[in-house]
Design a protein around this ligand. Structure first.
Ligand code: NHV
Length: 839
């Protein structure tokens, strides 16, 4: 007799237990952590030293040349086996993995960037099941390609003489970078799940925003339902969209599911939608969407998505100065403020959702509205894009190709196609995802990095150019058009402007490396203005407490072996000292040099951020290189590996303030600009100008009334430079912009001289500390001017409401330091430095 089957919801088992690993060929099994990497497992069993410490990087390189095996067992019940289908889902395998289940070879993988969904009902057994994964060495796997290719790819960041990185679809930075340790990992780097279900599952739920205005949003719910029944099956599909205040709209459809893949479209209309707004413009409103598939009134499959309704456009239009490049969000032009993001760890599974959340708080707190996921890293975890959605941060997403040409043979193209399909589908629902970009600097490299001279055989260069077109002008744009048609795609960054060629700066985004590789002063940024700055930067050491995590006091010298192992940019130290000499007296002491270097990076990069903002609307965005670090290292980052803000992060926060007063000498005048990213104007404002000496005596003052227009940069006042001060070495200009209620909109200092030409007082900074559990309150004051005040505490990752600031003569300032590690009764030492301590 046929009895009606009782359908149930799907059941998901996360396979993170009971794992063991061993080097292939050695039967020495040890417990393993999944998700994880071989390196992490070896470290936790003390089989590898901490790779970040000293010169240990060299000692851990052998791991990349070995094969590794991971295995576990899990139990399956009769009931589970009686379900209609079972899937084994790998969200990420790094990289060449042979997957065996109960002796059956399920799959051989070859791409770290894709997830694999494998049907396993026929292979599962009642009781114990054995899952085993063999990871082939990513080096040995690709060496035959390197040996037979006939030429070496220009992958200069690959820190090996056999540069095989380009043959694998694997995070480029893990082979080394000019801020990166080389850790060529293997492992189950993202979760593994076993899923049992009946009748059907949702393969994909795409919420396409067909049209969004203030009045109405038209949303297409596109479901891909895979039906495992052998006969057509009646089902009911529902979608619901609700907002936190209780507003809700729903849609419903009766369907007949055919065996195999079914595409179902359910439109929804949301009236007067709460729009998702970027940071600084309001709330990044998110709706809860849910799709359900019901059979016989039982939910067999469902999926939730958090959706921000908004429009994002990239406007590239000819204008009288060239061609624009800017983002328009919900109809308003947005000046993009942000930084470039690299993977937050050399060992990716160490990055927790907590860490992403913290980073996004840092991004938001610095008044940023965009970050670029740079092409040398990874397509980040879902948690990353969720945090971007929740914080109103637009994401510029590169595909994962950087700084070298790549193969384009059929096997390689097939892998890239699979990867594009997987990640576009995974990420396209995110409100924050603003655009796709084919790669980082490959086009630039082909045109300007001398590869045509390196590859004298003309066929090689020609083949690389054709390969470029196949990958970045054909395959990837075709995939974006097919799967994510509403999003902007460009083939590479930069795609036209080149920092050595001023005539090219009138269109497109630019990576301007003039203040670094070009060895130019920071002032060059005032005039080298692109339409959109997508990279520029300057290095600094991390602060001493971070250096102390990888070096001992005997290594505390600029050119010590250990410090050099943590400085991957060959001429980095030379460039830091050279530029420092333009503005500061270069100190001899190592720790003073570290402090001064932090200050230098902060003011230098800030100089550019302000220049870019001043020049809007010609220039409509600035993303500095780089936000974060993947290990403790000397780099261009504004936040170090342990989450400590370098001076640059505070300076970025100031430069990116919603309203900013900024002065610059242009010709014979001091021009005072006011920039606002607010969507409303500030009417009836007053700009107070005070010339003061370092003791706080006001030498002259003036108030200028005016208004600050919305979302613009204006020249607010022009003051003859001559006569502002007779002693530039010990005076400054304080600029205070207040609204009509008397609230300060912006307060900034302009110095007439560089620090090296100032007579900075060695003023005493008095301070009081109020220790509490989880936070310390520090109140500081000084009788005279104290520049670049740095409060140091030996607690990694502690947060400061402000740091690296100038303390005005007579000013009292309260700084709150927060960290779970701070305790009321266990006082930690506080050290306070100022610029005049260094000479
Ligand atoms: O060197 C710092 C960063 C890199 O880490 C990263 O790859 O995309 N950087 C420098 C440049 N691009 C990037 C540009 N480099 C040059 C271009 C032309 C001549 C010399 C160097 C990032």
């Amino acid at each position: 007799m046929l009895c009606a089957k009782e359908y149930k919801k799907s059941e998901n088992l996360i396979l993170d237990k009971g794992w063991e690993f061993a080097q292939a060929g050695r039967n020495e099994w040890l417990p393993a952590t999944v998700p994880g990497t071989v390196h992490q497992d070896l470290i936790s069993h003390h089989k590898l030293p901490d790779p970040f410490y000293g010169m240990n990087e060299q000692k851990v390189q052998w791991v990349e040349n070995e094969d590794w095996i991971y295995k576990t067992t899990f139990n399956v019940t009769d009931e589970q086996l009686s379900r209609d289908a079972a899937l084994l889902v790998f969200e990420g395998l790094d990289t060449y993995a042979d997957i065996y289940l109960n002796g059956s070879l399920l799959k051989r993988t070859d791409n770290m960037f894709v997830g694999y969904t494998l049907p396993v009902k026929e292979v599962l057994r009642k009781g114990e099941n054995r899952l085993q994964i063999l990871f082939h060495s990513p080096i040995k796997q690709t060496l035959p390609q390197w040996e037979t290719n006939g030429f070496d790819y220009p992958a200069d960041n690959d820190h090996s003489d056999k540069r095989v990185s380009i043959y694998s679809r694997k995070a480029p930075y893990s082979y080394g970078w000019d801020w990166g340790i080389r850790l060529v990992t293997s492992g189950i780097w993202r979760p593994v799940t076993l899923t049992f279900y009946d009748v059907a599952r949702l393969d994909d739920y795409y919420v396409r925003q067909a049209s969004v205005t203030k009045e109405r949003a038209e949303v297409e719910n596109r479901l891909t339902v895979n039906c495992v029944s052998t006969a057509p099956q009646k089902a009911e599909v529902t979608v619901a969209c609700s907002y936190k205040n209780g507003e809700k709209v729903t849609g419903r459809k009766e369907v007949t599911l055919q065996p195999g893949t079914n595409h179902i479209l359910l439109p929804l209309e949301i009236k007067q939608p709460h729009l998702w707004m970027p940071n600084g413009w309001g709330e990044p409103a998110l709706y809860d969407f849910e799709a359900e598939v019901k059979v016989d009134d039982k939910v067999v499959a469902s999926q939730k998505e958090r959706i921000g309704l908004r429009t994002i456009k990239v406007v590239k239009e000819k204008d009288d100065q060239g061609e624009s490049f800017y983002f328009v969000v919900n109809g308003e032009p947005m000046f993009a403020k942000g930084a470039n993001f690299i993977p937050d760890d050399a060992l990716l599974p160490a990055i927790t959702e907590e860490r992403y959340r913290r980073l996004f708080k840092d991004v938001k707190d610095a008044n940023m509205n965009m970050i670029r996921v740079w092409g040398g890293g990874i397509y980040e975890d879902d948690a990353f894009y969720r945090a971007a959605d929740e914080n109103g941060i637009l994401v510029w997403q590169d595909f994962l190709f950087a700084c070298t040409t790549y193969p384009s043979d059929p096997a390689f193209m097939k892998r890239v196609e699979a990867e594009a399909e997987y990640n576009i589908k995974r990420l396209r629902n995110h409100a924050s995802l603003a655009m796709w970009c084919g790669n980082n600097e490959i086009y630039e490299g082909m045109r300007y990095w001398g590869w045509d001279k390196k590859y004298t055989d003309p066929g090689i260069m020609e083949g690389m150019k054709q390969g470029y077109d196949k990958l970045f002008r054909e395959l990837l744009p075709r995939k974006v058009a097919e799967l994510d048609p509403d999003r902007f795609y460009m083939h590479g960054s930069p795609y036209e402007a080149n920092w050595g060629r001023p005539e090219s700066w009138t269109i497109a985004d630019s990576h301007n490396w003039g203040i670094w590789y070009g060895q130019k002063p920071f002032e060059s940024l005032d005039t080298e203005i692109p339409r959109f700055m997508s990279e520029f930067g300057f290095q600094a050491f991390p602060e001493m407490k971070t250096i102390a995590t990888f070096a001992s006091p005997e290594d505390y010298a600029l050119e010590s072996e250990v410090m050099n192992a943590h400085q991957k940019a060959t001429i980095g130290n030379f460039l830091i000292k050279k530029t420092m000499g333009l503005y500061y007296k270069v100190p001899e002491d190592f720790d003073q040099l570290v402090y001064m270097g932090l200050v230098l990076q902060g003011v230098g990069v800030r100089h550019g951020l302000e220049a870019h903002r001043r020049n809007r609307p010609y220039c409509m965005g600035t993303l500095y290189w780089q936000l974060n670090d993947s290990w403790p290292v000397v780099s261009w980052s504004s936040i170090d590996y342990y989450g400590n803000w370098k001076a640059l992060h505070y300076q970025a926060k100031r430069a990116f303030a919603p309203v900013l007063v900024n002065a610059i000498k242009e010709g014979e005048d001091l021009n005072i600009y006011v920039m606002s990213d607010k969507l409303e104007a500030d009417k009836e404002v007053t700009l107070g100008l005070r010339v003061m000496d370092f003791n706080g005596k006001v030498l002259s003052k003036k108030d200028i009334k005016g208004e600050v227009p919305a979302n613009a940069s204006v020249l607010y006042a022009k003051e003859p430079y001559a006569g502002m001060t007779t002693s530039p070495q010990n005076t400054f200009l304080l600029m205070t912009l207040k609204n009509k209620k008397g609230e300060v909109l912006s307060e900034e200092i302009y110095y007439f001289n560089h620090a090296k030409d100032q007579e900075l007082p060695k003023t005493e900074i008095r301070y009081k500390v109020k220790p509490m559990d989880g936070k310390y309150e520090v109140t500081l004051s000084a009788k005279q001017l104290a520049r670049d005040v740095f409060i140091e505490i030996p607690v990694q990752g502690a947060r400061f409401t402000d740091n690296f600031f100038d303390l005005l003569p007579g000013q009292t300032k309260k700084v709150i330091i927060t960290s779970e590690k701070l305790k009321k009764d266990e006082k930690v030492d506080i050290t306070i430095r100022q610029l005049s301590d260094t000479n």
